[in-house]
Design a protein. Structure first.
Length: 184
């Protein structure tokens, strides 16, 4: 990826994350990226193409970060806990403004929209990762439990964006809950 393209993607990601996709216009991205309009359109012929690239880039980054976290765990239980720990760290970070994929699915509700499809790719991947870990833990219902766990993580993500401090939901309690369902 070229330097200017990266600068545009980084700024667009930041703005979309903080304000949503519809609230941020191309002119603002161009201005805050400090690029010429022609340069912007050289890399991104439309706002949809930019959003598509931002979501793909975000999905790739999340995969790498979570896999990195999981790779340090020595046991299946440690792997599962590391996923929850990653989410807890993310929720506590200064750059946490909620999930771009959830925002995309809300702002682009048409199930045929390619942006919504990109947004669901991460969840499908995460469910697959969790299913493998849950199988290692001996869960008989690993597939169903992995989908439930992704749903729980989505709920934690939304709640963590709404509440702060003591009101923020506990990823530790959520981890314990998932662990209790493994034998069920």
């Amino acid at each position: 990826m070229r330097n200017r393209e990266e600068e545009i993607l980084t700024k667009a990601s930041e703005l979309f994350s903080q304000h949503g996709f519809h609230a941020v216009g191309i002119d603002r991205i161009i201005e805050e990226s400090n690029v010429a309009k022609m340069t912007f359109y050289k890399y991104f012929p439309s706002k949809d193409s930019l959003i598509h690239k931002v979501l793909e880039h975000r999905e790739e980054c999340l995969r790498l970060k979570i896999l990195e976290q999981v790779s340090h765990a020595r046991t299946p239980n440690g792997k599962l806990k590391s996923v929850f720990d990653w989410y807890d760290d993310w929720f506590s970070s200064a750059t946490f403004y909620g999930c771009m994929f959830i925002k995309a699915s809300e702002e682009f509700p048409d199930s045929q929209n390619t942006l919504k499809k990109v947004a669901t790719t991460y969840r499908i991947w995460l469910a697959g990762l969790l299913e493998g870990i849950l199988r290692e833990l001996g869960a008989r219902n690993a597939k169903k439990l992995s989908v439930l766990t992704v749903t729980l993580l989505d709920g934690l993500t939304v709640s963590s964006n709404m509440y702060v401090g003591d009101q923020r939901p506990s990823t530790k309690e959520a981890f314990k809950y998932v662990k209790s369902l493994i034998a069920a």
